[in-house]
Design a protein around this ligand. Structure first.
Ligand SMILES: Cc1ncc(COP(=O)(O)O)c(C=O)c1O
Length: 372
């Protein structure tokens, strides 16, 4: 049978008629794949662009991974029962309140599947974690961006932005890339203003690094059925490459999220590594304390060289610049230091003390060259 395809649906670059394609905006100066491209130029790369951990996996994790033959040969536990029950115990919840995902970003995608129809609104901060809009665009959501107030989300303005078509509001705290937190009292009054049929996702990917006592803890708000708390093993726990994160929330929402999970979507090595990592809380706290003290050291050193650094509660620093950051980020990459640029701000992950020193040296040299 001869089938015809309208010209509109054809991608001119492809002989196959691709139906949908999403254009993602790139942050200024950040080039996907820059790792390998720059590696050839600079030898050792200082990778401070993706907020990964500077430490090796927690004790026992690598040994377990090496000896888990079954985890490679067999399909994983689709229910991730052991891990879900361990996470539940860790937070004083029940397993029915826990969903795990192939990274917490997979859970964001699952949320779009269960809550968002094309044209529905998803409210995010501007700037905030780019993953919400990347995944939201694929779901054909209308992404409503609400400018921040300083380094934190403007919850009052986000509440004002709610309409009949709003389905999800992403409350990223600490906010990526700016590092500001949402206070517990502020979150409390925000939740009172949000209709109960709008889901508030409290994304706490960086929760372990928070030392501000005013900060909200999403887990304390789970008595509301329209709150989902997201956490990840990618940051403090150092498992970004294995891809594993989790969501905590009302059992019915959790069941819905799990119903749209890709079958066997969370691999067995990740499940095992995450379960073991939860047993190393003392070691984890020591590492977090190192990151927090390096964060302070970097913030002070960057302020000393005349930069406008905003206090961050994440494992990264946020530097506001008058000019566009693209040229600075590019000049740093040419010196082997990868960070992320966002228009008039730059985000650099807290690395090892040596990597942080390399970043400071490179940034000082870039600024000396440009005469700032
Ligand atoms: C705020 C925030 N949420 C979620 C994620 C995604 O984490 P995961 O690796 O668990 O998908 C990131 C990663 O950078 C993030 O910054």
């Amino acid at each position: 049978m001869q089938r015809t395809t309208s010209d509109e649906s054809r991608d001119p670059g492809s002989p196959f008629p691709v139906r949908k394609r999403v254009a993602f905006s790139q942050h200024g100066g950040y080039v996907a794949g820059a790792r390998s491209a720059q590696g050839a130029l600079s030898g050792r790369l200082v990778r401070l662009a993706s907020n990964e951990s500077a430490f090796p996996p927690l004790p026992g994790v690598m040994n377990a991974i090496h000896s888990e033959e079954d985890a490679v040969v067999r399909y994983p536990d689709n229910d991730a029962s052991e891990l879900r029950s361990r996470i539940a115990e860790h937070h004083g919840l029940s397993s029915s309140q826990v969903a795990v995902g192939n990274g917490s970003l997979a859970l964001v995608e699952q949320l779009m599947h269960v809550l968002v129809d094309p044209g529905d609104q998803v409210i995010v901060g501007d700037p905030s974690f780019i993953g919400y809009s990347s995944v939201g665009k694929v779901a054909q959501a209308d992404i409503v961006r609400v400018p921040l107030s300083g380094s934190s989300l403007d919850l009052e303005a986000m509440a004002v932005a709610i309409t009949d078509r709003t389905r999800i509001i992403f409350v990223c705290t600490p906010n990526n890339p700016t590092g500001g937190i949402v206070g517990a009292l502020e979150l409390e009054s925000f939740l009172k203003a949000v209709p109960t049929d709008v889901l508030v996702v409290i994304d706490e990917a960086y929760r372990e690094f928070v030392d501000d006592p005013r900060a909200a803890n999403g887990v304390d708000f789970l008595d509301r059925a329209n709150v989902l708390c997201l956490r990840t093993f990618s940051k403090a726990y150092g498992l970004a490459g294995l891809r594993i994160g989790y969501g905590l929330g009302d059992p019915q929402l959790i069941a819905a999220l799990r119903s749209v999970q890709l079958p066997f979507g969370v691999n067995a090595l990740a499940q095992r590594a995450a379960t073991l990592s939860l047993d190393s809380q003392t070691e984890l706290e020591g590492r977090v304390a190192t990151v927090v003290s390096e964060r302070l050291r970097l913030e002070e050193a960057l302020t000393d060289i005349g930069l406008d650094v905003r206090p961050s509660q994440g494992n990264f620093v946020w530097i506001v610049l008058e000019e566009d950051t693209a040229s600075t980020v590019k000049a740093l990459a040419a010196r082997g230091v990868l960070i992320r640029g966002y228009g008039h701000g730059m985000r650099a992950t807290i690395g090892s003390p040596a990597d942080n020193d390399a970043f400071l040296t490179a940034l000082t040299s870039v600024r000396d060259r440009t005469g700032e």
